[in-house]
Design a protein. Structure first.
Lengths: 116, 115
């Protein structure tokens, strides 16, 4: 069965610095999709970025980028030039190709606190 | 303007009572999903739907039913609510196909307390 593990429960950083959040996954499938979602203090959950397993290039969207290390089954989220508003809980998620579109397995989340 | 809206946002129910959580989406997405979020568990999929009239079981469907009467609406039904169903429930929509099909758009969440 697939599994997504986020070992960091919380991280605190000073604004304008770079932070990396870890995520490792387990899957028997050779084709899968990896995602990061952000949950704000209000509870809103928004999609940030995705990585398809067959792509070698790390995905980048704005000040979010991924560190995809397929041999290690690892997909780290990197946030550069952090801002106070980046304070939130970040979830890593995975979908294996045979699964239903949108049938995601989520990690337990990492809480990021950015302070001035 | 929010494209996925849930109601009620907060609900207190009694054990054994019936609870219906409603979700409406204006994204014109084919797929809709119900997840629950519990401390220490992340989000877990309860039921999903491919379109009007369709409902499918997710990873943790026991104790829940779902209804998709139209493209826009998807309900989660707890026929006999139990305290273990106390949680925050999120509805989401997704295109269901194509490259963007895996991107989900979530509602604001519905907090349910069963006493």
């Amino acid at each position: 069965a697939q599994k997504v593990t986020q070992t960091q429960t919380s991280i605190s950083v000073v604004e304008k610095t770079t932070v990396t959040m870890d995520c490792v996954y387990e899957t028997r499938d050779s084709s899968y999709f990896l995602f990061w979602y952000k949950q704000t203090a209000s509870g809103e959950i928004v999609f940030l970025i995705r990585q398809d397993s067959y792509k070698k290039e790390n995905a980048t969207v704005g000040h979010y980028s991924l560190n995809f290390q397929k041999p290690k089954s690892s997909i780290g989220l990197i946030i550069t030039a952090t801002q106070i508003e980046d304070s939130a809980v970040y979830f890593c998620a995975m979908r294996e190709r045979p699964q239903v579109v949108g049938q995601l397995t989520f990690g337990r989340g990492t809480r990021l606190q950015v302070y001035a | 303007e929010a494209a996925v809206t849930q109601s009620p946002r907060n609900k207190v129910a009694v054990t054994g009572g019936k609870v219906t959580l409603s979700c409406n989406q204006t994204n014109n997405h084919n797929n809709m999903y119900w997840y629950r979020q519990d401390t220490g568990h992340g989000l877990r999929l309860i039921h999903y739907s491919y379109g009007a009239g369709s409902t499918e079981k997710g990873d943790i469907p026991d104790g829940y039913k779902a209804s998709r009467p139209s493209q826009e609406n998807f309900s989660l039904i707890l026929e006999l609510a139990t305290p273990s169903q106390t949680s925050v429930y999120f509805c989401a929509s997704g295109a269901g196909t194509g490259y963007s099909g895996n991107t989900l758009y979530f509602g604001e969440g519905s907090r349910l307390i069963v006493v």
